[in-house]
Design a protein around this ligand. Structure first.
Ligand code: TGC
Ligand code: FAD
Length: 390
């Protein structure tokens, strides 16, 4: 069976928990991924290039800013948005990253904190895939602790002067617009919309990655970069960027489940056809135990996602619940990818199969949007009332 024939994994009839419309969105994205993504992704991963030709197709399907209302966006509910990301990451975490950053980390802050002028200017063009966005929070010396950021914005005639650097920024080098978080002179974190081509703003792509190779990751550099007052977002403090992370982390919980489903599907197929000791390896108890464990974890993650989505749609979702889902689903996806890689033997280390690529990609997903440890501490604080970050 080729990976174009992906049938999905649905052991507990989670489809029965979805509306017809949600299933239709999922099926549309699933066939797009089968026809257009899995057919080219290994080549892009090998070459370390982003499949930019897919952006207009993502836009045409209404997948950019899909959960936002108005401004050319599709206005889908949270469950449909999650299903989109699940299917995209079944193809590749890098493609899901592109979509997450565009939708949750660039369009969302403009939608939530932007002026009407900023919304009109950017959202329709971003939904149409004509403009690409990125989100600059992490710095070389401040990752898990973004509150320590040193990038700063000094008030000047008609605007702000930015100085500093951001690192590990998805879409950085291809972005027309960067949402950049910096501290003003009073030490308050503010968000700025910085356009490509602004004097003093430059990017440098990060090379040598063994993970997310089909995604652009860049440094953003600001040297006396003057941005107009009109570039400021209407939110103050760290809650600005952290509220955007809630949206993106939500999508990652779904996305990682999609990568896990792809790995399980490939391992199950391989086990049925690979003969050792004159029998398919699927007939060995140890192999069946691995498959049973994978299926169980995927099923639990799917149920978690649907309920999280329903909570989000009803306005009841808490950030700590997002942390639980991101933390759990990425961890099990990474373990499933490693187990699938093991089950494919030597074939598992070549890009003739997809499990090795998913496994390497998921190492990044485990780290970004809050590391596994940070989400552990968020949950620990929630249940004990005691912060244990320092
Ligand atoms: P703390 O003092 O707890 O909070 C500061 C202010 O923020 C509020 N807040 C939140 N608001 C909304 N949503 C949340 N999840 C929030 N968490 C906190 C909080 O109420 C407070 O507000 P106020 O008004 O009282 O000031 O902040 P802290 O400095 O102690 O940090 C807490 C911690 C460690 C949990 C936080 O810094 C954190 O989440 N760190 C991880 C950093 C992270 O996730 N970075 C991700 C960068 S973007 C990325 O990785 C994109 S990859 C995308 C892709 O390619 O797919
Ligand atoms: P560190 O914070 O230095 O952590 C190193 C280790 O220390 C981790 O194991 C961590 O869990 C542990 N640790 C840290 N603090 C504690 C603590 N208090 N207690 C216990 N353990 C702790 N950022 C953006 O802003 N925008 C992007 O678009 C973006 N895209 C990314 C794309 C990729 C491919 C990658 C890899 C990263 C991206 N990031 C982005 C950055 C990402 O968010 C950070 O890498 C992440 O937040 C972790 O920061 P760090 O790498 O500096 O690790």
């Amino acid at each position: 069976m080729s990976r174009q024939d992906f049938r999905g994994v649905d052991y507990f009839d989670t489809d029965g928990l979805l509306t017809d419309e949600e299933q239709m969105v999922r099926d549309t994205v699933r066939s797009f991924v089968s026809q257009e993504v899995v057919t080219c992704i290994e080549e892009h991963n090998r070459e370390g290039t982003f499949p930019a030709h897919l952006v207009p197709k993502l836009a045409e399907l209404g997948l950019l800013g899909a959960s936002l209302e108005g401004y050319g966006c599709a206005g889908m509910n949270a469950v449909a948005y999650g299903l989109i990301l699940q299917e995209l990451e079944r193809g590749d975490s890098g493609l899901r990253s592109f979509c997450s950053v565009q939708s949750s980390l660039c369009m969302y802050p403009i939608f939530r904190y932007g002026t009407e002028e900023q919304k009109e200017r950017w959202l329709p063009a971003m939904a149409a895939g004509e403009k690409i966005g990125c989100f600059g929070l992490t710095e070389p010396d401040h990752g898990s602790d973004p509150g320590g950021m040193v990038t700063h914005a000094r008030k000047s005639d008609g605007g702000y002067v930015l100085n500093g650097a951001k690192m590990w920024i998805t879409n950085g080098g291809i972005a027309d617009l960067a949402v950049v978080w910096a501290k003003t002179e009073d030490g308050v974190v503010r968000g700025f919309l910085v356009e490509k081509g602004t004097p003093g703003y430059s990017t440098r792509d990060q090379k040598g990655k063994f993970s997310l190779r089909a995604s652009v990751t860049s440094e953003l550099l600001f040297q006396d970069c003057l941005v107009p007052e009109s570039s400021l977002l209407q939110v103050e403090g760290l809650r600005g960027p952290l509220s955007c992370l809630n949206q993106a982390r939500y999508g990652i919980a779904w996305g990682a489940t999609g990568a896990a489903m792809a790995c399980y599907d490939e391992a199950l197929d391989y086990a049925g056809t690979r003969i050792q000791f004159a029998r398919p390896i699927a007939s060995f108890q140890l192999v069946q135990a691995k498959l049973a464990w994978m299926l169980t974890e995927i099923t639990k993650a799917q149920l978690l996602n649907v309920q999280l989505g329903r909570l989000k749609d009803s306005g009841k979702m808490r950030p700590q619940q997002v942390s639980l889902a991101k933390r759990n689903n990425v961890r099990i996806a990474l373990q499933i990818a490693r187990t699938a890689r093991d089950m494919l033997g030597a074939n598992g280390i070549t890009d003739e199969y997809q499990v090795g690529r998913h496994m390497c990609n998921l190492e990044s997903v485990y780290t970004y949007e809050g590391t596994h440890d940070i989400h552990t501490l968020i949950l620990g604080q929630d249940v004990t009332g005691i912060a244990a970050y320092s």
